[in-house]
Ligand binder design. Structure first.
Ligand SMILES: [Fe+2]
Ligand SMILES: [Fe+2]
Length: 354
């Protein structure tokens, strides 16, 4: 039976997914014509073997498996339930945002390599989003994906920004899923929801998606040189900082998993940094104490912004403006911290398996 409170829950989850904040996953459009011109002939051999894997579609059945939601979900406090739902809603938005972007590119390009790749990745992301929606439905809420596609605001990103940002979010997605999966494999008593059991095969999909963007960038090495290095540095920092602040806004979720969000995030940074050496000419020094202090400052500022939002009113809006300027300054300081040059030889370019 769908009761009124479930309907309201569904509407508010869709609203939450639709809301644009700096930290929420976004929806993107790009210049499809310039993707038509992508030439991947210099990485043809690796490209073909990757596409062969996409065609084999080994995870075809994985996301159709029956889940015993009722038998496996632990009792949750209200706070945990709320944070877990936030986590699911932001995950489904990210998965669906990937699905929509890849599907739009597939529809709008003629380049056969890019068209087939985008079709395969859209297929995977739609399965991921669908699976999260099954979990949300079981908790009495659901995100209306069709509505989200029509109502969410789209941000235009130049193709090279799509490559940097999407590459990183696929690889960081892989690193997150595999780290949580391995932790719960060792400590199954903390697996409070069955969705975490799906993460191993899931992360293989994200890993493969990241490899596709790595090949696109390697086939077009100008994307990795000159002033583009400054953009790469920017995206690395933006993606890492966003993840850190967002994860620390869900303390109950990590408490229930018996994970420390700071330790978890630095583990994810380490994995992502090691992988990203397959393409990026530099990595961030996430062990630098100034880097760590900077992320903590961003986290404090985010807490203060949220508190000001709750208060509402003119004074709170002014405070929010001041805090946003402070955050921009901290971000700029983090941006100019020394980075590490990637000296990995050009012939070793496959990402390490974790
Ligand atoms: Fe995905
Ligand atoms: Fe993906």
């Amino acid at each position: 039976m769908t009761n009124v409170s479930e309907t309201i829950d569904s509407i508010s989850s869709t609203e939450q997914a639709k809301t644009d904040t700096l930290l929420a996953p976004r929806f993107y459009r790009t210049d499809y014509q310039s993707l038509n011109g992508l030439d991947i002939s210099s990485v043809r051999r690796e490209w073909d073997s990757m596409m062969e894997e996409f065609r084999r579609d080994i995870n075809h059945e994985h996301f159709r498996k029956q889940v015993d939601f009722d038998g496996e979900i632990h009792e949750m406090t209200d706070e945990l339930r709320q944070e877990f739902m936030d986590f699911l809603v932001s995950s489904i938005t990210a998965e669906y945002s990937g699905c929509v972007l890849y599907r739009e590119i597939e529809k709008n390009v003629d380049n056969p390599d890019i068209k087939e790749l985008m079709g395969s990745m859209a297929r995977d992301e739609s399965r991921h989003a669908g699976f999260i929606n099954r979990s949300l439905k079981n908790m009495g809420v659901a995100v209306d994906l069709g509505f989200l596609k029509r109502a969410k605001k789209y941000t235009y990103f130049r193709p090279k920004f799509i490559y940097y940002a999407t590459y990183l979010s696929e690889k960081i997605g892989y690193a997150r899923y595999i780290t949580i999966f391995r932790h719960l494999e060792r400590n199954p008593e903390h697996r409070f929801h069955p969705i975490f059991k799906w993460f191993e095969e899931w992360c293989d999909d994200e890993f493969r998606h990241g490899e596709a963007f790595a090949l696109i960038m390697r086939a077009n090495p100008h994307l990795l040189r000159g002033h583009n290095v400054l953009w790469i540095r920017f995206f690395l920092l933006a993606v890492y900082a966003t993840m850190y602040v967002r994860d620390h806004s869900r303390p109950q979720l990590y408490h229930a998993l018996h994970m420390d969000p700071t330790e978890f995030d630095y583990r994810v940074f380490d994995i992502t940094t090691a992988i990203s050496r397959q393409v990026f000419p530099l990595t961030l020094d996430t062990d630098n104490p100034k880097f760590r202090q900077g992320l903590e400052k961003l986290r404090d500022i985010n807490i203060a912004i949220e508190a000001a939002k709750q208060r509402g009113g003119l004074l709170a809006r002014l405070t929010q403006g001041r805090l946003a300027a402070q955050a921009a300054l901290v971000f700029a300081r983090l941006y100019v911290l020394p980075t590490k040059r990637n000296d990995m030889p050009d012939n070793v370019r496959m990402a390490p398996a974790w």
